[in-house]
Design a protein. Structure first.
Lengths: 178, 362
């Protein structure tokens, strides 16, 4: 086997293993940490495919953002260090069924889709080309999705501010209009 | 230019020597990676020895005392003695801690710090990994450090540690924004994320000199935010010793504690090196316009010395802060970021964009 494929199976094995541990760990905080490892593993696969930009974005968004958010919310809840009680058998069975059917669906899609091996002509993820493609109005440009995502994020940000904003204390007996 | 000495020619000679003995191929690649890793580790550990010594001497200078002066000439062996002491100490693991995560946390801290060093350009053509996403890589990998801190704080099973970790997490997550925005201003001006291209764009002058006041603003914001990012005074709330004993590393001792210290000093170096690369031209010598004689004299100083000199200057400034400003309260800390630095850097980004579009810089 080539060193490339050895590396690939090593990384994807570790990713899958830590994803499994994230589901089965008995402490919430440990689950979050295993999830982190699995996300880093995915970033490693991107790095291996020479898609540096996507890998860096994967790390900055998922590892630096979402997992930290998850850990914070775990810290703010009570009993984060206590072992969770064992689930009832029907819950385990149901989640196992759900996972299995999801896996089968994906596997079916992979088998049905005939992959064509491309050795040359691979997509080079240069940052400049990526930036041009994101803002290009021509065919193959992504300016509309880009702007839509920007709008969505702006709406989410305004929503956050509305939730977090501190209203001025009103004198007694007066209701707040909002 | 026979007088010019460059690290890249040294590296090339070494590579040719190895290739003639082993032959090109997979083995050579692996061997060179291992050698590079070892060189990096030795360099960074020696650098941390130096920074530890420098920190104490600078502190002593600021407080009009002598500082370490017993071990070795002028106390320069003090850090070696401290390291031996830490090596001989027992690395305790508290009984009620989460032992796996407790031991993992310092390793994650050190690994993250080492990873960030990869795209730094030490001299012309002397770089471990000249990736096309240089700056983005640095900011993304350094965002993993917060996980190590949170892990250490939680797994210690100690209230002080947990509080310290929470503070530090909130601090790092918020100040990352300002760091990103201030770096983006230079990315806009130089049009690239790649370290070597950013340095190349400063051939006719460092960005700090030719970028007018928007770049000065982003430089100041970068220095403030990165001091906060690496948990140094006046932003060292995470380990505020009067309130939290030692914050997230209260329970650590021996070599595990030394690893936190190591990663802290490497982070200090990395942050200063990024500032030196992005704003002060990295290994680029200082040139004055068309003053050929002066420029030629400056060219004789090797790039490595320029890089290290600039980096050390910024490290000195950050050490200076520690003895100049009182520590901020938590609410002041978050106000500073969210109410001042972030809006200023957002407006500044727009100014820089206008400047870049109309070519208003030199």
């Amino acid at each position: 086997m080539e060193s490339q494929s050895v590396l690939f199976y090593l990384i994807s094995g570790l990713t899958a293993f830590s994803a499994l541990l994230a589901v089965t760990a008995s402490q919430l905080f440990r689950s979050a940490i295993y999830l982190l490892f699995s996300l880093i593993g995915i970033a490693a696969i991107y790095f291996m495919l020479d898609q540096d930009f996507i890998a860096a974005v994967q790390i900055i968004v998922y590892v630096g953002g979402i997992v930290v958010l998850i850990i914070f919310s775990i810290f703010l809840t009570q009993d984060s260090g206590v072992e969770m009680r064992k689930s009832e058998w029907w819950r385990i069975a149901a989640s196992g069924m759900a996972a299995l059917s999801g896996f089968l669906l994906t596997a079916l899609g992979l088998v049905e889709y005939n992959f064509v091996t491309q050795s040359d002509n691979l997509v080079t993820g240069g940052v400049k080309e990526l930036g041009r493609a994101l803002l290009s109005l021509n065919a193959g440009g992504y300016v509309l999705p880009f702007e839509m995502v920007g709008l969505l994020l702006l709406a989410a940000m305004i929503g956050c501010i509305v939730i977090a904003v501190k209203l001025k204390e009103l004198p007694e007996g007066k209701e707040n209009i909002q | 230019m026979f007088l010019q000495f460059s690290l890249s020619s040294l590296a090339r000679t070494f590579h040719e020597y190895l290739a003639s003995n082993i032959g090109e191929g997979f083995l050579l690649q692996v061997l060179e990676m291992v050698i590079m890793g070892l060189v990096l580790i030795v360099f960074l550990v020696l650098l941390c020895f130096f920074l530890g010594y420098m920190e104490r001497k600078v502190a002593a200078f600021m407080q009009v005392r002598l500082g370490p002066n017993r071990v070795g000439p002028k106390g320069s062996m003090q850090i070696v003695a401290d390291t031996i002491k830490l090596l001989l100490k027992e690395g305790l693991t508290p009984n009620s801690s989460d032992k796996f995560l407790f031991n993992l946390a310092p390793m994650i801290m050190v690994i993250t710090s080492f990873l960030v060093v990869a795209p730094l350009a030490f001299s012309s053509n002397f770089q471990i990994w000249d990736t096309s996403i240089g700056i983005l890589y640095v900011s993304s990998v350094s965002s993993m450090a917060v996980i190590g801190i949170l892990m250490a704080g939680w797994s210690s099973n100690n209230k002080y540690s947990l509080l310290g970790a929470m503070r530090s997490g909130a601090q790092i997550v918020s100040y990352e924004l300002s760091i990103g925005l201030s770096l983006i201003s230079i990315v806009i001006l130089s049009g690239s994320l790649q370290m070597s291209e950013i340095i190349q764009s400063q051939q006719n002058g460092w960005w700090l000199l030719k970028g007018h006041f928007p770049v000065w603003i982003s430089f100041v914001i970068f220095i403030i935010a990165s001091t906060a990012e690496i948990n140094r005074a006046p932003f060292d709330l995470a380990e505020a010793e009067q309130e939290l004993t030692a914050g997230f590393h209260t329970e650590y001792s021996g070599m595990k504690f030394a690893m936190f210290l190591l990663s802290e000093y490497i982070n200090l170096f990395v942050v200063s090196a990024i500032a030196a690369t992005v704003f002060l031209g990295g290994w680029m010598p200082f040139h004055i316009g068309n003053f050929a004689a002066f420029n030629q004299v400056m060219d004789y100083i090797p790039g490595f010395f320029w890089f290290m000199g600039k980096t050390m200057f910024i490290i000195f400034i950050i050490m200076w802060f520690r003895w100049t400003f009182p520590r901020l309260r938590v609410d002041q800390l978050l106000n500073l970021e969210w109410k001042y630095l972030l809006p200023i850097s957002m407006v500044n980004t727009i100014l820089v964009t206008i400047m870049a579009i109309y070519g208003l810089h030199f």
